[in-house]
Design a protein around this ligand. Structure first.
Ligand SMILES: Nc1ncnc2c1ncn2[C@@H]1O[C@H](COP(=O)(O)OP(=O)(O)OP(=O)(O)O)[C@@H](O)[C@H]1O
Ligand SMILES: [Mg+2]
Length: 147
């Protein structure tokens, strides 16, 4: 799929957001600066509006590894695992143990090897045009045929 602008990315993020349920995972894969956090910001801000909540800042969790957003009915946990070095550090985060009521959005998920039942992996790629990105979607479970 070709995403021609930030506006189109915003529309796409809403489509994903409308399907999200507790226990879903979104993996965001792609080079530095390609748009993973921007996608997440659109998605979280859209859900905040939809739930009648105040729209908040959505910053990159590069240094904190995790930022959480309380959407009342559920939580969104936004991870950035770029700085993790190995599986031990990954395990220390207990991503898969707690917070069964959460939706988890994970940038730089490459250390994660376990199978997840409902997961949408979004691959983002640069193109030769500044604001244009190529998106690849790879879903498991309920996300299998998502387009
Ligand atoms: N169509 C587009 N989709 C996504 N981002 C775009 C698009 N066009 C321009 N941009 C810009 O590209 C930048 C993407 O930065 P962002 O922080 O989202 O990247 P990232 O993938 O999260 O990087 P990092 O790996 O460092 O976390 C933003 O400045 C955004 O405005
Ligand atoms: Mg980012």
């Amino acid at each position: 799929m070709i995403i021609k602008s930030l506006e189109q990315l915003n529309s796409f993020s809403k489509k994903v957001a409308d399907r999200l349920k507790k226990k879903d995972y979104i993996f965001l894969v792609g080079e530095i600066g390609v748009g993973k956090t921007t996608f997440t910001r659109f998605l979280i801000n859209y859900l905040q509006k939809k739930e009648g909540l105040k729209v908040s800042e959505v910053l990159s969790p590069t240094f904190n590894l995790l930022y959480e957003y309380d959407l009342k009915k559920y939580k969104i946990m936004h991870y950035d695992l770029y700085r993790l070095k190995n599986e031990k550090e990954l395990n220390n985060l207990s991503i898969f143990k707690e917070n069964e009521d959460a939706i988890k959005i994970i940038e730089w998920p490459k250390l994660i090897k376990i199978h997840i039942s409902d997961k949408l992996e979004i691959n983002l790629d640069y193109t030769k045009y500044d604001n244009v990105r190529k998106l690849g979607l790879f879903g498991t479970g309920k996300w299998k045929n998502f387009k």
